[in-house]
Design a protein around this ligand. Sequence first.
Ligand code: NDP
Length: 458
Amino acid sequence: MSVIQKTSVIQDVIAIVEEKDAGQPEFHQAVKEVMESLEPTVDKHPEFVKNKIYERIVVPDRAVQFRVPWVDDKGEIQVNRGYRVQFSNAIGPYKGGLRFHPSVNISIVKFLGFEQIFKNSLTTLPMGGGKGGADFDPKGKSDMEVMRFCQAFMSELFRHIGPDTDVPAGDIGVGGREIGYLFGYYKKIMNEHAGVLTGKGIEYGGSLIRPEATGYGAVFLAAEMLGTRNQEIQGKVVAVSASGNVAQYTVEKINQMGGKVITLSDSDGTILDEAGVDEKKLEFVLDLKNARRGRIKEYADNFKNVVYYAGKSVWDVIKEQSLKVDLAFPSAHENEIDGAHAEALIKNGCYLVCEGANMPSTADAVEIYRENKILFAPAKAANAGGVATSGLEMSQNSLRLSWPRQEVEERLRYIMREIHRNCLEAAEAYGMPGDYVSGANIAGFLKVANAMLAYGVV
Ligand code: NDP
């Protein structure tokens, strides 16, 4: 009887979302993944069922869509769609990045905002969940065009955010340059220098280690996971996808810990460098991607014995070339690893997947990781170091202090250790020992659900 009841509460919520939020496949995928792993909480917490916590948590507090008109270098008017989804402020101000990419739509922003609730809760810091962005593509735009777009975007966003309300950060397509333009315009129209965005430049309120935090955090978490099998990063052969912010600092930390990264990519193709992307080559990538804004193909043109696979993802190359890797850090975008990629990874010896990107593995791929009992860190645990360090930036802004580099990195490492411990403890307590997916979802959910209970029906 209780099994039927248990399944129906969760399945009913999923069915309602699929019906009421029709045409939002990424949001459905995220809700299904989180909700199904919360099943063990249903029997243990009748108070959550009675108070309709499961039904309430899948509906955002609000979702704003707005017009972003701006003028390009040719004097032509362009119109983009901007979004901010404020999903839950149960445990702190809304917090989550802004993504500028042509694929951005309400489904993508809601999936990211929903995941962000649990990720932020896991960090142990007081932050709610939100996400935003626009279908604007900074690629190929001049600095002035990017600036005009950012100003137009902020001319609407400013009325929805604030240091105690909602504190956005960067994500795909939103790095230091974009945050500078966004913050500069907010400061001008509000006439206040407030901690309203994170990922700021160090000169105007940013935190040391914030650019590095997501990549570093993912590697710290992977090291903790390897530790459960008496292994370490030292000596491991590693596949990293993308060559953006998360990928860059994943490579840096893996190098510092003695591993060897042999792949990088962008949306045009993949490079394979069996000698490893060492410190010098990484410096080239940082300049290529962050200053010159070039394509990863130039890496192959610049260094010896590097193969470039045009139009292929890292996971295609591993599958097609039977490439042996020990560890995988997908760091590009959602659903980049499908079932066939996951099978190929495992066949080629991979025993740890650590998701630097958000939801980079399809549901099929996750199933295959679980069946094969490899170590799998879902995004909300693996990439939580970014938002955690954003939380540290907010604390420093409130204190009007900046902590030294070493102090921020130590706090980040401590937070990733705590995330690892909390995931394992929750998984154990709810009968799924060693399952990081269930552990992350349950640990993140419990804190938010208990706060929602405390507030009554709001
Ligand atoms: P960047 O914009 O710095 O880099 C994105 C990278 O991914 C680029 O190499 C880009 O290639 C590649 N990429 C993006 N979309 C596609 C696509 N559709 N197909 C192929 N390649 C693609 O973004 P970040 O590094 O910040 O973000 C990467 C992932 O990490 C995202 O999922 C993001 O949500 C997640 N994340 C980021 C955090 C952060 O602190 N930055 C925090 C937590 C999660 P190209 O240049 O050719 O587009």
